[in-house]
Design a protein around this ligand. Structure first.
Ligand code: AP5
Length: 224
């Protein structure tokens, strides 16, 4: 399966991509994570391209496309993958589609998590992330058991550099500018808008319900 998780900053893409990845046993690839790692890269060209990330703008399509393709060529993507935060522009959607056709993969399913703006601001400003395993917490909605420590591995929880109101406003504007064009790329049957403002478990439940349908259809098709 190829799943694309789409939605504004703070809608729960990272939270739900972990759930989906574990459920379907496919890698959940966050282009934000790829870029944050690349921003420490030895290459000046890549570091320069990633600088905009911390101001809330979008990184150049060519740079992110190159990184994505090299990640998709890794062995763990053989049976499918989930993309969190890609495509973000029409040209990225077109690029991905070409890659999908050339690599003979099934058409992607786009899951759009819809959340009103005021909720996003509250979520983002109280988000914390484990520095070891990247697990996501929220001081208000999903607090860790021990203050400042990851429940799973005890890693230190920290706040992302771009998680402040000023940069967030730029990120939301960038998202709003591109939303319609990305959605317009996908056929109605491959596009699913879900309410991301529900509690995380409820969102996961709705995603699971949506994904079980194509999975069972595929299984029955496979039976001779
Ligand atoms: P990226 O890392 O993708 O960030 P984003 O899209 O801004 O999304 P976030 O990671 O902030 O939020 P999320 O939707 O994952 O929510 P989360 O699950 O953490 O991108 C960062 C930057 O990289 C971009 O600005 C851009 O510069 C660049 N970039 C990335 N991809 C690119 C691309 N394709 N092209 C060009 N540039 C690119 O949840 C948020 C908080 O809410 C958490 O604290 C969580 O605990 C809580 N929460 C989650 N769900 C719920 C719920 N249902 N109820 C209550 N709380 C919840």
């Amino acid at each position: 399966m190829v799943i694309l998780l789409f939605g504004p900053p703070g809608c729960g893409k990272g939270t739900q991509s972990r759930f989906i990845g574990e459920m379907l046993r496919i890698p959940a690839i966050s282009t934000g994570d790829l870029l944050r790692a690349a921003s420490q890269s030895a290459s000046q060209r890549i570091r320069d391209a990633c600088a905009i990330l911390f101001q809330g703008g979008l990184v150049d399509d060519a740079v992110i496309n190159e990184m994505l393709v090299s990640r998709l060529e890794e062995a763990d993507c053989r049976n499918g993958f989930l993309l969190d935060g890609y495509p973000r522009t029409y040209s990225q959607a077109a690029f991905l589609q070409q890659h999908i056709v050339e690599s003979k993969r099934p058409n992607p399913l786009l899951i759009h998590l819809d959340v009103p703006r005021p909720v996003l601001v509250e979520r983002i400003c109280s988000r914390r992330q484990c520095s070891k395993c990247s697990r996501i917490y929220n001081l208000v909605f999903q607090p860790p058991k021990v203050d400042g420590k990851c429940d799973v591995d005890g890693g230190t929880l920290s706040q992302r550099k771009d998680d402040n109101e000023e940069v967030l406003s730029e990120r939301l504007n960038a998202y709003q500018r591109m939303t319609e064009s990305v959605i317009s790329f996908y056929a109605e049957e491959n596009y699913h808008k879900l309410d991301g403002s529900l509690p995380p478990e409820k969102v996961s439940e709705n995603i699971a319900r949506l994904l079980v349908r194509p999975l069972s259809a595929r299984t029955s098709e496979a039976v001779p």
